[in-house]
Design a protein around this ligand. Structure first.
Ligand code: LLP
Length: 418
């Protein structure tokens, strides 16, 4: 971890000891490295240089305004799935003209906002959605640019909950259905057909499913061209995996290189929607050991972060590396289950981890930058964690820890009786 190195047994976030950040901002606390996320984004840009392209960061992976801001300054586009994510992009200084809008159940009012702001493309997920968009655009006196999300029926070979490109999934339409949607779209005055897209799943560690999907999209593009429907862009979605433990995903450069090779010199703009591969390894979740509780069955380390802060282990059996913030040789060396305070047996961050622990120690959960804070909740009335971004020697608090008042904001007691 280049941006989270150990120096003399102490974990650093870029140039600042993590323990200093924890002392200042408390725990649990997310720490993001600006250099790490910018570095990953630049890898996409470099691999795509000389080719008409747009890298639309998937906001759902980590939607903190500072993350969006840093990427917007590098010229990122954004992939959004709700009006809320669009508002975030605007609040962070992003350019709506570089936004693509995915999502299976866009509401008319979300479409209207996106049209008003002039987004680059609506990624349609059904024939019914096309009709609603056409009427929303017509009544606003605008033309909506669209792409059809094709479900290319390829097996992404990843966890079933994050696999989206199989026929049985709710996403996109089959290639046959796509032809019908395009023909209808081409007839509608308030619709302009501009592209095709797919997203086959997340945390892919092989290039071949992407290439299979790409070839199916190219066949469709050719079929459409024969009918006089000419597309301007091809959007391959996100999905490139990262190394959490011992996975060996292709590098960003190798992945893009393979795509460009298949694409040849076709005059298509290439669009990508990466989330995880930009932010996962740019983030840590820092937690403190409240108690050690060795039992005859398990050694439990009870920490102050829980499944409401980071749900990936509970939800997908995801394995995230957990290490001491300050390495120690004294203390209780054992195999520990790292569990949170939430009242669920599924509330764990990691199991059977060989660590030397002491009550009060700080632990770092690696690979926490993607789908960490964005999937967090207030379950058990727990305030959501603080978020900090380090940038060289600077440390910026980019989201304050929630307070109780934030949790109950908008709630009301019943009116007085009689
Ligand atoms: N584009 C679309 C249409 C998507 O649905 C997604 C992710 C992405 C792009 C970004 O994919 P990425 O590059 O991050 O793989 N919560 C799960 C991951 C869910 C992914 C949902 N869609 C997890 O924590 O593993």
């Amino acid at each position: 971890m280049k941006y989270f190195p150990y120096r003399d047994g102490q974990l650093y976030a870029e140039n600042t000891p993590v323990s200093e950040i924890a002392a200042r901002h408390g725990t649990p606390c997310y720490i993001y490295s600006r250099q790490a996320l910018e570095g990953a984004f630049r890898e996409y840009q470099q691999a795509l240089s000389g080719c008409d392209h747009m890298v639309c960061y998937a906001v759902k992976a980590n939607s903190n305004l500072a993350v969006l801001d840093a990427l917007a300054r590098l010229g990122a586009g954004f992939d959004i799935v709700s009006a809320g994510e669009l508002e975030r992009v605007i609040a962070a200084g992003g350019d709506p003209a570089r936004v693509v809008f995915s999502g299976v159940a866009k509401k008319p009012e979300e479409m209207a906002l996106a049209l008003e702001l002039g987004i680059a493309c609506f990624n349609l997920e059904s024939a019914a959605e096309l009709e609603v968009l056409a009427s929303v655009a017509a009544s606003a006196g605008r033309v909506a640019k669209v792409s059809v999300r094709v479900n290319p029926d390829v097996d992404a070979q990843t966890h079933p909950y994050i696999s989206t490109g199989l026929r049985e999934n709710k996403f996109g339409v089959t290639t046959e259905e796509a032809l019908r949607v395009y023909r209808r779209a081409a007839e509608l005055q308030s619709i302009e057909v501009v592209g095709v897209d797919c997203h086959i799943g997340s945390q892919l560690t092989q290039i071949s499913p992407f290439i299979d999907a790409l070839k199916r999209l190219l066949d469709l593009i050719d079929q459409l061209a024969d009918e006089g429907i000419v597309l301007h862009h091809l959007d391959l979605g996100g999905g490139l995996g990262v190394c959490y433990r011992d996975e060996q995903p292709p590098s960003i450069g190798d992945y893009i290189g393979a795509v460009r090779e298949v694409l040849g010199d076709r005059p298509l703009q290439l669009v990508f929607e990466p989330g995880r591969s930009i932010v996962a390894n740019a983030g840590l979740l820092i937690t403190r050991v409240e108690y050690l509780k060795p039992t005859s069955e398990h050694n439990f380390a009870l920490v102050d972060a829980a499944m409401n802060d980071m749900i990936r282990p509970a939800l997908y059996q995801a394995w995230l590396d957990i290490r001491n913030v300050n390495e120690r040789s004294d203390g209780h060396r054992a195999s520990w289950d790292i569990v949170g305070p939430v009242c669920e047996t599924g509330d764990f961050l990691g199991k059977d981890r060989d660590l030397t622990l002491h009550q009060g120690d700080l632990l770092a959960i690696f690979g926490a930058g993607a789908y960490g804070f964005t999937m967090s909740s207030n379950y058990n009335s727990r305030p959501r964690a603080a978020e900090v971004m380090v940038d060289g020697d600077s440390v910026h608090l980019v989201r304050e820890r929630e307070r109780f008042a934030d949790i109950i904001r908008g709630e009301h007691r019943l009116p007085d009786q009689g």
